[in-house]
Design a protein around this ligand. Structure first.
Ligand code: COS
Length: 386
């Protein structure tokens, strides 16, 4: 077993770290305070090649392996989860789905625009009445003479207001359950595509989150991704990549909590000495360090499997479950180390806490990850239809 990164991976990590320190950290507090979806920063991220890291060069991507992608996402996640969400959605949910399921024509048409950042994409799976039970979604795709028409609504869609391309999952035949679902590549310029900003979120203030109404949105047959009935598999395979990306971003939050807590504990003095010298403070930092390392190892294992084309849904769920819960625990502990100072945004730890909170919800809740893991271990499916 080799825990060393290659020279190229070390360089990619160092570059992403420098970029994060110089460009992302700089802006994160103000963007969060102003609820600003920073398109200028998105353009810089695209210029770095971070929107299509795992997409082959022939389609405009950087052609990197999954471990390298995870290293990039970890660094950006340390800087700002809101902008990390852009990378995760664009690269993992949108680009990886097109790469896996698209025709050659679709790949050549969409991927270069997405990798370059010319277009943003969003992933329209979740609905007001369908979250964990993704197969129960109600958006309908109805056959027409020239293709399909979509009607329904989507909820909690990252980048839904700015995306030029939306992957919309819709039911073609309700009697077929998950085998009736299809995925459509929807041009968001159409009048029937109506996104609306979701306001008053607890965290990710600098990210764009939308609800989307779909009213008679027309799509052609050539805009279907995969075949009729393959929509659920498109979604699940995209989530295999998306959950990995969220997990890697959470390793970044964990690492940020360690770094910030160590720095603060060394500087802050109480009872005549730095609080870093107190055993109870060291215990909190040690717990954070262990959680960070364990999460990172799980992410690297999942990346290792992906790079070898081996099954990894279980390992990805394990990494996502552990890293997201660890991020929340580390952020909570980091605020404790900072005391009152951690309760305002002078330090990033309060933002880490608010931004980490959603990660145990989106791309499959912690409970869903546990049931995926439990099913794999026991062989018994706990997702029994009611
Ligand atoms: N990749 C490709 N195909 C997959 C897959 C994967 N990772 N996981 C499952 N499938 C396929 C299965 O092979 C099966 O195929 P068949 O129809 O040929 O048998 C089909 O999909 C159904 O699989 P499964 O039985 O696992 O489906 P379930 O209904 O049991 O899935 C869960 C239930 C809860 C796992 C699923 O609905 C889920 O992940 N929900 C959470 C959704 C989510 O993460 N939402 C967040 C949205 S993005 S913010």
């Amino acid at each position: 077993m080799d825990f060393d990164l290659t020279d190229e991976q070390e360089l990619i990590r160092a570059t992403a770290r420098e970029f994060t320190d110089n460009e992302v950290v700089e802006r994160s507090r103000e963007n969060a305070r102003n609820h600003r979806f920073d398109l200028e920063l998105v353009a810089k991220i695209a210029a770095q090649g971070y929107l299509g890291a795992i997409i082959p060069a022939q389609y405009g991507g950087a052609g990197l392996d999954y471990v390298s992608y995870g290293l990039i996402v970890e660094e950006i996640g340390r800087g700002d989860s809101a902008i990390r969400t852009v990378i995760s959605v664009q690269t993992s949910l949108v680009c990886s789905a097109i790469l896996k399921w698209g025709t050659e024509e679709q790949k050549l048409h969409y991927l270069p625009k997405l990798c370059s950042g010319e277009w943003l994409g969003c992933f329209g799976l979740t609905e007001p009445e369908s979250g964990s039970d993704a197969a129960s979604l109600r958006t309908r795709a109805t056959r027409t003479d020239s293709g399909w028409v979509l009607n329904g609504s989507k909820m909690w869609i990252s980048m839904g207001n700015h995306a030029r391309l939306a992957l919309i999952f819709a039911q073609t035949d309700p009697t077929q359950g998950h085998r009736g679902l299809a995925c459509f590549l929807v041009d968001t310029d159409q009048p029937g595509f109506q996104p609306q900003e979701i306001e008053h979120k607890m965290g990710l203030h600098a990210s764009d989150t939308a609800s989307i109404a779909l009213e008679d949105v027309e799509v052609s047959d050539s805009e279907m991704l995969g075949e009729i009935g393959e929509g659920f598999k498109v979604a699940m395979s995209a989530l295999d990549s998306g959950r990995y990306s969220v997990a890697a971003g959470c390793v970044g939050i964990c690492q940020g909590c360690v770094d910030e807590s160590v720095r603060y504990a060394q500087e802050r003095e109480q009872f005549g000495r730095p609080i870093a010298s107190f055993q109870l403070v060291q215990a909190m930092i040690a717990d954070m360090a262990v959680k960070t390392d364990a999460s990172r190892m799980l992410v690297w294992r999942a990346g290792f499997l992906k790079d070898r084309g081996r099954p990894n849904t279980l390992e990805t769920s394990i990494a996502k479950l552990h890293a997201t819960e660890a991020a929340l625990e580390c952020a909570n502990a980091a605020i404790q180390v900072h005391g009152g100072a951690g309760y305002v945004d002078d330090h990033p730890v309060e933002r880490y806490f608010r931004d980490a909170r959603v990660t145990t919800l989106y791309e499959g809740t912690s409970q869903i990850q546990k049931l995926i893991i439990g099913r794999a271990k026991t062989g018994i499916n706990a997702f029994v239809p009611g």
